[in-house]
Design a protein around this ligand. Structure first.
Ligand SMILES: Nc1ncnc2c1ncn2[C@@H]1O[C@H](COP(=O)(O)OP(=O)(O)OP(=O)(O)O)[C@@H](O)[C@H]1O
Length: 257
């Protein structure tokens, strides 16, 4: 069985910075794959290349066996890959419900402003989607009235409205208060599993990674340094030192010179 997404030999340099230096990665249907790594390792660059926002200088990307490299983002969305950004992309002056209806309208093809956005079928679908994300009580709130957890969920709900097979999320929990982080990810994981959406997410919170990822890919200087189940990867001394920032016990116990 072939993978849902296959990246082979991706390379992209910005001047002297190798943001992708030979990335090979297969994403299997149905899995949740976490991408971890230090700042500047090339994690967002991978998402940008996969979604058509950046074109690699070398390599190949296939989705469901079809080459997608070089296609514009909107074509890639139509093939079944959606994304969410580190900063939510909600239309802040519109309500949550209107934002959702906009995503549905975008999925349905050319939309005329002369037609009502909140036509009954779209409104019902938007409300059902908001309900599954626990956001129905906030449907009439403006985007800029939401707290960060709700904004992240609403943003991801818009991506899910596109009915993707694969969803790429850049730091879905960044900016979310610690107290609500787990609840946000639990909601997200439940909806994605129920909808059969495969997920790749960049994450800095290792508790989230440990709890929700099926596999973890460790990025470093444009390369994948390690790949495997969270239990093994998060216990790896090098990952603990370089990515998580945990100093080995013998160093932590040493008195400063
Ligand atoms: N459009 C661009 N132009 C120039 N340099 C870029 C561009 N995009 C990324 N870079 C550089 O490529 C490297 C990788 O960036 P990228 O944003 O992919 O890292 P990251 O792992 O997502 O980091 P972070 O965790 O801080 O978001 C960085 O050195 C960054 O400055």
């Amino acid at each position: 069985m072939s993978a849902l997404l296959e990246a082979r030999g991706l390379r992209l340099a910005f001047g002297g910075v190798r943001a992708a230096d030979g990335i090979d990665l297969s994403v299997e249907e149905g899995e949740f794959l976490a991408i971890i790594g230090p700042n500047g390792a090339g994690k967002t660059t991978f998402i940008n290349m996969t979604t058509g926002y950046l074109r690699p200088q070398a390599g190949e990307i296939t989705f469901r066996g079809r080459r997608i490299l070089g296609l514009p983002p909107r074509r890639i969305v139509r093939l079944g890959i959606a994304r969410s950004f580190q900063l939510p992309q909600l239309f802040t002056e519109h309500t949550v419900l209107e934002n959702m209806a906009l995503a549905i309208a975008a999925r349905e093809g050319p939309w005329s402003p002369l037609k009502t956005l909140l036509r009954p079928a779209w409104r019902d679908e938007a409300m059902a989607l908001l309900g599954s994300f626990g956001l129905a009580p906030l449907a009439d709130q403006r985007g800029d009235a939401l707290n960060e957890g709700a904004r992240k969920l609403a943003d991801i709900a818009m991506a899910v409205a596109l009915k993707p097979r694969l969803l790429l999320m850049d730091e879905p929990t960044s900016g979310v208060a610690a107290a609500e982080k787990m609840a946000v990810v639990e909601t997200l994981a439940r909806v994605l599993r129920q909808s059969g959406v495969t997920a790749v997410f960049v994450e800095h919170d290792m508790e989230v990674v440990d709890r929700f990822a099926d596999r973890v890919a460790v990025w470093g200087q444009g390369r994948i340094m390690a790949l495997g189940p969270p239990q093994a990867i998060l216990a790896d001394p090098q990952v603990r030192r370089d990515v998580i920032g945990i100093i080995p016990e013998e160093e932590a116990g040493r008195a400063p010179a």
